[in-house]
Design a protein around this ligand. Sequence first.
Ligand code: FAD
Length: 483
Amino acid sequence: MSNADQRHIVVIGAGISGLAAAWRLHDRWPDAAITVLEGQPEVGGKLRGGQIAGVQVDLGAESLLARRPEALALIREVGLAEHIVHPNKVSASIYSRGEMHQLPPRTLMGVPSDPATLKGLLNDSELQRVEQEAEHLQTDPRGDDISIGDFVSQRLGRAVVDRLIEPLLGGVYAGHADNISTSAALPPLAVAYRDGESVLAVAARAMPSLQATDQPVPPVFAGLTGGINTLALRLTEKLTEAGVEVQRNVTAREMSQRADGRFEITTGPVPDPSTLIADDVVVAVPPPAAARLLGRVAPEAAFHLGAIEMASMAIVTLAFPAEALAGVPSSGFLVPPAEGLRIKAATYSVHKWEWVAAAGHGRGDDGSDVAIMRVSLGRHREVGALQRSDAEIVEMALIDLQRVRGEALPEPIDAVVTRWGGGLPQYAVGHLERIKTVRASIALVPGLAICGAVMEGVGIPACIASATRAVSELPASPVRMEP
Ligand SMILES: Cc1cc2nc3c(=O)[nH]c(=O)nc-3n(C[C@H](O)[C@H](O)[C@H](O)COP(=O)(O)OP(=O)(O)OC[C@H]3O[C@@H](n4cnc5c(N)ncnc54)[C@H](O)[C@@H]3O)c2cc1C
């Protein structure tokens, strides 16, 4: 319960960014009243779990980068350390020109460090073009931003973009290489653009050393038994235990600032609105919603957030009798847009995660084992496929899977389509400048902070980092203005 002198902080949005912000807020100000508003019935945002054939799995994000510390640190803080797992060491592939190729090792989001690793995926003349980078070392000393597609095409040839970078970027941003900013998405490459350094060399430097050591190379990715979504659930549990109020089904519709500096947040249906008064607000919602909320309080930030495009996608989770996927020694495959298929990636969750395989044991009607996999569809500005019914989307996924695998899969035991409309912000050319302006506009309003997938990267660790930063940017004590 808050009293008149107690600092009241409202977090809008209970995705991983908002929940992490609430966690850090409670840590910094244990005596403050903290309220988290979530418009949906469930917390977690893109960290969402659900059942398929009686097995609980992730229907949104399903792994996290373990080479950054933020997510693993938060997982440990909320007591989930013993649930940390790493993907099985099985290879991933790229389906290109009608054939499956091993995903080239040691690339920086598809930017190769060694042309030899591209043999097979690229033809001889394309490979030769990669090897000729030294003849194409144009620079831009002004350091203007450029799309990853344009830059890598210029240095290594278009095939590297079409066959390798597009499918990898399609996985992370659901975007197109020709739109995505080099400086925002691959900062080390932006330096190569400015200084004329070889991108092959930059990618090689970014890779962990191949020198033989006694130390095993630490895993790149991590997950949680039961799914990444359990991080959001556990955080919410811990926050509630700590006295933080997490309100579900409460959409923040409007926000304004009173003469005394406090914020008024309007929630509830238009005919019956409710108002919350807050000393501080952390906005942790996707850019379109943030733009609507900030229009009166930080108009310049609202304008720039409103201009950020979002990509929509769908995840089709499929359950099969275990033997249907038994012969696939792979964690999955990527499909470049140039192939003209509707699916852009498939993950054999049953092979990638030990816990998914175990969870499927005995789940068939007759007590047999069930194998789970997932397929993703949809890229930025390509929503056609997603406007179909669930049954049609499942059908499309199965047709494309048959084409890639070269054989039909049996009828799935169960299928779940999860639509992620506006799921991923696009880090377009100029993104960093735009975000700088957003930050400057927010900084003019004491007590206001922003975090989320649009700020420092779309991955879970980057979202958590943005939440930690947002909390650190709030004033040590509430700023009250003389009315
Ligand atoms: C399908 C998919 C798969 C992904 N896979 C991975 C992965 O494997 N690994 C990885 O690192 N990243 C992955 N990502 C990216 C990552 O999951 C997201 O970038 C991240 O979870 C975003 O978190 P967030 O809290 O910033 O936003 P969100 O998760 O979008 O949370 C925002 C929350 O705010 C709520 N909200 C919105 N408007 C309002 C309002 N007005 N009032 C109240 N509440 C509101 C929403 O309901 C939502 O719960 C994936 C993304 C998608 C879409």
